[in-house]
Design a protein around this ligand. Structure first.
Ligand code: C2E
Ligand code: CA
Ligand code: CA
Length: 772
């Protein structure tokens, strides 16, 4: 044991200056060893080095630690310029101990002292940094009987006197003290490490543990770590490189960066997820957490520990949720939500880069029919094929999404800033898509054909919004459908204006009936003698701000919105009331009234009842009521149509087939329906004098009507020539501007009361006679 020396003089300084060399050495050691217990290991080593080098009057004091083949050295030297017993720390890493004082220490268990480098067989060959030294004294440091480093003091000047035995003993005792400190420190570290280990183990169940010794890159892994990846412990290399080998290449860089910032001291912990390859090849999602648990004198990490947790189940569930939320199940394409997300981004980007993007809506023509005739399974196969083909038509940055049903949407990004150029770019893609989707499909081993219709719009983030962009592409697609399908159309502003107009009109239409904005006009029908035999009721909408709106503009709209049923009943009732009025006046008592019936109106299950109820309610004579149907109405559910017509025929209601010749009805079926009249469409009458084709059609219709025992009337008769031609070919009932335009009821009644049938010329009379 070393005891503190008590000086006989008043001060320690005086005591030291008078002390024997032995006493001075003891004094220095006591000071070193009695230092504050609370300062940390590193500080305490530094303090010891500075006191010791002062005592030895050797300006450089070093402790080094062996680190594999490298030495981390810490050098203390006396700052002579400051003339203070302060020591400056200089840290260096040297790569090899060969041919250095350290090698001499390693080789000897006792203190090594060299008074003069040039006189010593080993040191005289020293090179580099050691050439600046002239003397050294040092000892190895060992722990558990293993050399772990050294303690060494240098001097640039050679010794005036050889190292004394007291000095050698001092170095030896200081070395022993340092070994004890190192040992203590190691125990402390291990204790804190096992605390860390417990903490980590508790922080998650079923954890793989890892423990990296950074000084030699060796790794300790527990069984669970290896099992997680399907390995036995001995099948894995227990080196740091085990991660590099097993982490997915995609994740490697990020994982490496995280480790690196830990090692560099930029982060306290790693906490990240990466994929590692299981022995059987599949990828395991690993949640890795770890921290530095030991550092060297300089604060550099020497040891890290952490845990692996298998989070594959969680990740897969997350992926699945993501897949469900953002991808279409059938085609695995992005769904509407994801496309909207990307569109939002693309809008921002195009605004920033002053470029264009484009949206293309794609609808498969007649997909519904295919789906119904072939079955949904084959429909699904077709959709998958379409998805694949679409993906092939696009570049990497583009998105193709499925919006549902047979609707696909393509988003093109980063198109030219000039809209003409961008348009051409979109057209090229559109052509490619059309060509690809037009190729036959193999469904159930049978070749099938399908074709797409495309609507496109350009967008740029400075002016466009998401909703508008979508709507524009949608409108363009409908426009393309109207243009005959299987083509691409760009959004056109005027079309949109029409659409807005239409929406507004539809709103107005809803209130028009209640607001009594409808009136019936009457257009006379004239027979072979030029007498007015009746009229066609034609509805007019007196719009509060637009004035008179043509039925051509609002009847289709009423059909679309379903308002036609209310409007139709109103027309029916107004017409029947008029019939009752006419009966009161002998001049009009014999008049018929033709009322137009629209498809949707006729298709109502209780249509017959409605008409009968109206007849009863108004007291109209059903024999004077003629309902005008169109050919297309006869095609669907033939039995139902015949049944309805027959029921009404029982009451005496008659039926005229409007716009005849323009439709698709097979003439063979015509006789199935209890019709009374065919109405030659105006389009044939128009050119009846100039177009032989139309003339032939008109003549055929008359012949057909005759063969079926039906009456025939021509509409749109504007000039006498037309009337004459029709008469010569056997059509003797007419309606048209030649006789009168549709009139307000007052005007119509006036016309009837004043109407003078045109005088028939002898010629006409003769012709009529011959045709009878
Ligand atoms: P439509 O049933 O074919 O009616 C004949 C149309 O031709 C009427 O047009 C009539 O004004 C017009 N017209 C008659 N003669 C001539 C002529 O010599 N020259 C020319 N240029 N045109 C002539 P309007 O009144 O505009 O009616 C258009 C269509 O609206 C009708 O075609 C009909 O399909 C529908 N419609 C009219 N009123 C009703 C109704 O009350 N109910 C239903 N469901 N549809 C109606
Ligand atoms: Ca009509
Ligand atoms: Ca017509």
């Amino acid at each position: 044991m070393i005891h503190k020396h008590h000086s006989t003089d008043g001060t320690d300084e005086n005591a030291l200056s008078n002390a024997t060399p032995h006493q001075k050495a003891m004094q220095a050691l006591v000071e070193i060893m009695s230092q504050d217990q609370n300062i940390d290991y590193k500080q305490s080593i530094r303090f010891a080095l500075s006191l010791a080098s002062a005592y030895l009057e050797m300006p450089v004091g070093v402790t080094c630690q062996i680190d594999g083949e490298n030495y981390v050295i810490e050098t203390y030297y006396l700052d002579e310029a400051a003339m203070l017993p302060e020591y400056v720390v200089e840290e260096r890493l040297i790569n090899s101990v060969n041919n250095s004082p350290y090698a001499m220490l390693m080789a000897s268990t006792s203190v090594v002292a060299v008074d003069e480098f040039s006189n010593h067989p080993e040191t005289k060959t020293f090179l580099g940094q050691y050439q600046m030294y002239a003397a050294f004294i040092g000892t190895q440091l060992s722990l558990n009987e293993q050399c772990v480093g050294g303690l060494i003091f240098f001097d640039q000047a050679s010794r005036l006197q050889p190292f004394t035995s007291i000095e050698k003993e001092f170095v030896q005792m200081l070395g022993q003290w340092m070994q004890k400190m190192m040992h203590q420190n190691q125990l402390d570290e291990q204790l804190s490490m096992s605390n860390e280990r417990i903490t980590l183990a508790l922080s998650g169940g079923n954890l793989g543990l890892w423990d990296v010794d950074l000084t030699n890159k060796n790794v300790v892994l527990n069984d669970r770590w290896s099992q997680m990846l399907g390995y036995k412990q001995k099948e894995l290399t227990h080196r740091l490189s085990v991660w590099k080998r097993l982490i997915h290449p995609e994740d490697l860089q990020a994982a490496y960066a995280a480790f690196k910032s830990l090692v560099k001291g930029e982060a306290d912990e790693v906490d990240h997820v990466f994929k590692m390859q299981h022995k059987d090849g599949h990828w395991v999602w690993v949640h890795n957490r770890g921290k530095v648990v030991a550092r060297d004198f300089h604060g550099m990490p020497t040891r890290m520990m952490g845990t692996h947790m298998d989070v594959s189940a969680l990740r897969n569930a997350e992926e699945e949720v993501k897949q469900l939320a953002f991808y279409d199940v059938l085609t695995a394409l992005p769904n509407r939500r994801l496309l909207l997300d990307r569109l939002k981004l693309a809008l921002v980007q195009s605004g920033r880069n002053k470029t264009h993007g484009a949206l293309i809506f794609i609808d498969l023509d007649d997909f519904k029919t295919l789906n119904e005739t072939l079955g949904h399974e084959q429909g699904d196969v077709l959709l998958k094929n379409v998805a694949e083909r679409l993906s092939k038509c696009l570049r990497d940055g583009d998105t193709v999404a499925r919006f549902g049903g047979d609707e696909f949407v393509v988003m093109l990004d980063n198109l030219e800033a000039k809209s003409e150029v961008a348009t051409t770019q979109v057209e090229k893609v559109g052509d490619k898509i059309i060509e690809s989707l037009n190729q036959p499909y193999q469904l159930n081993g049978i070749e099938h054909h399908s074709s797409p219709t495309l609507g496109a719009t350009l967008f740029n983030g400075t002016t466009d919004k998401i909703e508008d962009t979508l709507q524009k592409a949608d409108i363009a697609m409908y426009q393309a459908k109207n243009a005959g399908k299987n083509c691409l159309r760009f959004f056109d502003q005027s079309i949109q204006s029409n659409l807005i107009n239409k929406t507004k009109l539809a709103e107005d239409l809803r209130v028009a009936i209640e607001a009594e904005q409808f009136v019936l006009f009457y257009q006379p029908q004239v027979n072979r003698n030029g007498e007015i035999s009746g009229a066609e009721a034609l509805v007019r909408w007196i719009h509060p701000t637009r004035g008179m709106v043509s039925p051509l503009d609002f009847i289709p709209l009423a059909e679309e919105t379903g308002l036609i049923t209310d409007l139709g009943s109103w027309v029916m009732e107004a017409g029947c009331k008029q019939l009752v009025e006419w009966e009161k006046d002998p001049k009009t008592a014999s008049q018929d009234l033709s009322v137009n019936v629209s498809a949707r109106q006729f298709q109502q299950p209780d249509f017959v009842n409605q008409v009968v109820a109206t007849i009863h309610k108004t007291g109209a004579n059903p024999k004077k009521l003629k309902l005008e149907l169109t050919e297309s109405m006869l095609v669907d559910d033939v039995d139902d149509v015949i049944s309805k017509m027959s029921q009404l025929r029982v009451y005496g209601v008659r039926f005229s087939l409007d716009d005849f010749g323009t439709g698709v009805s097979s003439l063979r079926y015509l006789k199935l329906f209890p019709l009374t009249q065919l109405k030659i469409d105006k389009s044939f009458v128009d050119d009846i004098l100039t177009d032989t084709n139309d003339a032939v059609i008109a003549r055929t219709i008359v012949a057909l009507a005759n063969s079926l025992g039906l009456n025939v009337i021509a509409e749109g008769v504007e000039i006498e020539g037309q009337r004459d031609f029709l008469a010569q070919n056997g059509c003797h009932d007419y309606q048209g501007y030649l006789f009168s335009r549709p009139l307000k009821i007052e005007d119509y009644n006036t016309l009837c009361s004043e109407y003078d049938p045109p005088e028939l010329t002898d010629d006409d009379a003769l012709k009529n006679m011959m045709l009878l």
